[in-house]
Design a binder for this molecule. Structure first.
Ligand SMILES: Nc1ncnc2c1ncn2[C@@H]1O[C@H](COP(=O)(O)OP(=O)(O)OP(=O)(O)O)[C@@H](O)[C@H]1O
Ligand SMILES: [Mg+2]
Length: 288
């Protein structure tokens, strides 16, 4: 069905297919409320894809469906060429340790230190790792996420909002993922903190060769770091492409979002910071 199908997922090899995430015909309902109706999306390997849409359009539910936390009513989802929708949970074991997730709101365990939080997925997937090595890996991930080393032994309540996001990122990076899900990572951060987090995301993507599924309301983030943007509206992904490509469509929500006062401000601030009119990406609009 997809390009990824039939590729063996060797435990020691990175995924080399073109589309690490393929969603087709997704339907999600809660009681009488239909959140997604025949939603499709393909995410390219190595891209940062921004996912936007009004509040309640189902961005977080889409992410939860992709990582197997929300079983859809209909549709098919493949991650790294493996079916998430058809498989029993243990059959996707080779896939689940290849992604990291920063949930909306952070969701750190409040009774564990930052280091212990980072160690949770490590213990889950690699129970044989010694305590010494766990501490070492956790420390490395914490520093990689831009926190001072002494944050390892702090509790979430001792951290600022921005530091909590970084701690959540450190935990998401614990397993050296190929795929990173970030749900509203810059929400609640001041503009400087948000900008730093954006840069960190971009740097990590480049250094670690990540594919990033990034849900955000932050227009500056979209302009600064996203290769393509997928727009959720009317229970579907109504468009996916670079921002210039999206601007060329005439969907009213897209026009209002990118051409409203905030969209224009983000656009001009981006143009100032990169010396004018950067196209976010030169790839053509992909099959949504
Ligand atoms: N477990 C659930 N049970 C019932 N309804 C749910 C559940 N999870 C989500 N919903 C509903 O599905 C819709 C989409 O929710 P979702 O959290 O995906 O929105 P969102 O696009 O992420 O919004 P926001 O931008 O505010 O985070 C909402 O109407 C929400 O109330
Ligand atoms: Mg959400």
């Amino acid at each position: 069905m997809s390009e990824g199908e039939g590729q063996q997922l060797d435990a020691f090899k990175r995924y080399r297919g073109d589309f690490p995430i393929v969603v087709e015909g997704l339907v999600n309902r809660f009681g009488s409320q239909t959140v997604h109706e025949n939603l499709s999306l393909k995410v390219r390997r190595g891209e940062i894809i921004g996912v936007v849409g009004g509040s309640g359009t189902g961005k977080s539910v889409l992410m939860r469906s992709i990582i197997g936390l929300q079983r859809p009513a209909e549709g098919h989802i493949e991650v790294f060429g493996r079916s998430i929708t058809d498989a029993a949970p243990d059959e996707v074991l080779g896939v689940r340790n290849r992604w990291g997730v920063l949930f909306q709101g952070g969701a750190l365990f409040s009774t564990l230190t930052v280091g212990e939080n980072v160690a949770v997925p490590l213990k889950q997937f690699y129970p044989e790792i010694s305590e010494e090595l766990l501490v070492e890996i956790a420390r490395y991930k914490v520093v990689l996420s831009g926190l001072p080393e002494d944050a390892v032994s702090k509790y979430p309540s001792e951290l600022s909002g921005g530091m909590k996001k970084r701690a959540g990122l450190a935990r998401a990076l614990a397993l050296d993922p190929e795929l990173l899900f970030l749900d509203e990572p810059t929400a609640g951060l001041d503009p400087i903190g948000a900008d730093k987090f954006d840069r960190l995301t971009r740097e990590l993507k480049q250094a670690l060769g990540l594919t990033v599924f990034l849900i955000t309301h932050d227009l500056d983030t979209l302009y600064a770091i996203c290769d393509r943007v997928a727009v959720l509206a009317d229970q579907q992904v109504i468009a996916v492409g670079t921002i210039p490509e999206l601007l060329a469509t005439d969907h009213p929500w897209i026009q209002e979002y990118f051409n409203g006062p905030r969209g224009r401000a983000a656009q001009s601030s981006q143009a100032r910071s990169d010396g004018g009119g950067k196209s976010v990406d030169n790839q053509p609009v992909g099959g949504a």
